[in-house]
Ligand binder design. Structure first.
Ligand SMILES: *Cc1c(COP(=O)(O)O)cnc(C)c1O
Length: 357
């Protein structure tokens, strides 16, 4: 009987997938960079609004196929962000109880989104306690701890199966430069960068993977030093990317370059992109766009032509009270004006000037 339920659950996820369409890849106009084509892969158009929709689907399929998730299994995740929203969606679809473990400080809007999909929220006082608490609740309820930061990279079928990488390369097929010189993405779990980096190697493509990272993240430190024990005790201030500890799911070996992007640059780029395309994205999209723009200017300086794909990860409507709010920026001590000028110059002339240089 259990097997029948599992088969039905997998078929249910498959049908949901068949009903949805792929996310858009759209070109950006960069007047200063003729011959260098930039594209945005818009992952905000998933049913649950972020690239975590792909991850949640993969984690559920992985859990089902491993026999970890069965009829009635309580699914638990330590997440206050997009992952919990997307997992709550799939849990409801399968009729499974879902509990997100999050810091008490999590914004009411986030909690509302998770509860909208029928998820339950459990709170801890110390943000560092979310992992242990998720483990404890899963044990107590004989449930399954999804543990995105461990399993993201291995739950995704990186060889194909319309993963994000295969989707990008397929959508690029008829473009003037179909093989991107660079694909630019940030790392939260590191699952997306692992999938793209592995796919590039598996296909023997010449494309390079650039992972952008906020200053307050251990990923670029680990990438430089190889020391996985490094930790930080504050958040990155760019929701979705940058971590205070090296996560198991982050795979440095598939990354060609890491670039640190100041938070002011991420916020300014996020806002500039809104003016360019009329859509709001979150700050991690700004980080990707900022990195992609800098790479475009480097290519121009070297006289190279080609294409660059940057990821749009989630919608900006989630951040109207923070990154899009001038009072929030000022209160948080961020002056983005020099970065707005830097980005404007890069877009219009293809020249990159370091701030303070
Ligand atoms: C998770 C996330 C990322 C990073 O994706 P990973 O595959 O987890 O590295 C970027 N932006 C947003 C908004 C996210 O939620």
């Amino acid at each position: 009987m259990t097997r029948t339920w599992t088969q039905q659950a997998i078929a249910c996820i498959e049908r949901d997938y068949q009903r949805t369409s792929d996310t858009h890849l759209f070109p950006l106009e960069l007047p200063g960079c003729k011959g260098i084509d930039m594209y945005i892969k818009d992952e905000s158009s998933h049913p649950t609004g972020s690239l975590k929709h792909r991850l949640a689907r993969s984690l559920f399929l992985y859990g089902l196929c491993n026999g970890w998730i069965r009829e009635g299994t309580t699914v638990v995740e330590a997440s206050s962000g997009s992952t919990a929203v997307s997992e709550a969606y799939f849990a409801r679809m399968l009729g499974l109880p879902f509990i997100a473990v999050m810091p008490r400080s999590t914004s009411p809007a986030k909690i509302a989104q998770i509860e909208f999909y029928g998820g339950q929220c459990s709170f801890v006082d110390d943000p560092a306690q979310v992992y242990a608490e998720a483990e404890r609740i899963a044990r107590e309820r004989k449930g399954h701890n999804m543990d995105q930061f461990t399993y993201a990279e291995r739950a995704t079928d990186w060889r194909g199966n319309n993963n994000i990488a295969e989707s990008i390369f397929n959508q690029m097929k008829s473009e003037p430069h179909p093989l991107p010189s660079w694909i630019v993405v940030g790392a939260g779990t590191g699952g997306t960068s692992a999938t793209i980096g592995r796919f590039i190697r598996y296909q023997e493509f010449d494309s390079k993977l650039c992972v952008v990272d906020p200053p307050n993240s251990v990923f670029h430190r680990y990438y430089e030093s190889g020391d996985a024990s490094v930790t930080l005790d504050a958040g990155s201030d760019v929701e979705g990317i940058g971590r205070p500890r090296v996560e198991a799911s982050f795979i440095p070996g598939v990354i060609d370059r890491m670039m640190v992007v100041p938070n002011e640059g991420s916020y300014a780029a996020m806002r500039y992109l809104h003016k360019m395309v009329g859509r709001r994205y979150g700050a991690s999209t700004g980080t990707d766009f900022y990195g992609a723009l800098r790479l475009a200017c480097e290519m121009k300086e070297k006289g190279q032509q080609g294409s660059i794909v940057a990821m749009a990860c989630d919608p900006g409507e989630r951040y109207l009270d923070t990154y899009y709010n001038d009072a929030w920026l000022e209160k948080s001590g961020y002056d983005i004006r020099p970065y707005e000028a830097q980005i404007h110059q890069a877009v219009q002339t293809g020249r990159w000037t370091e701030i303070g240089a």
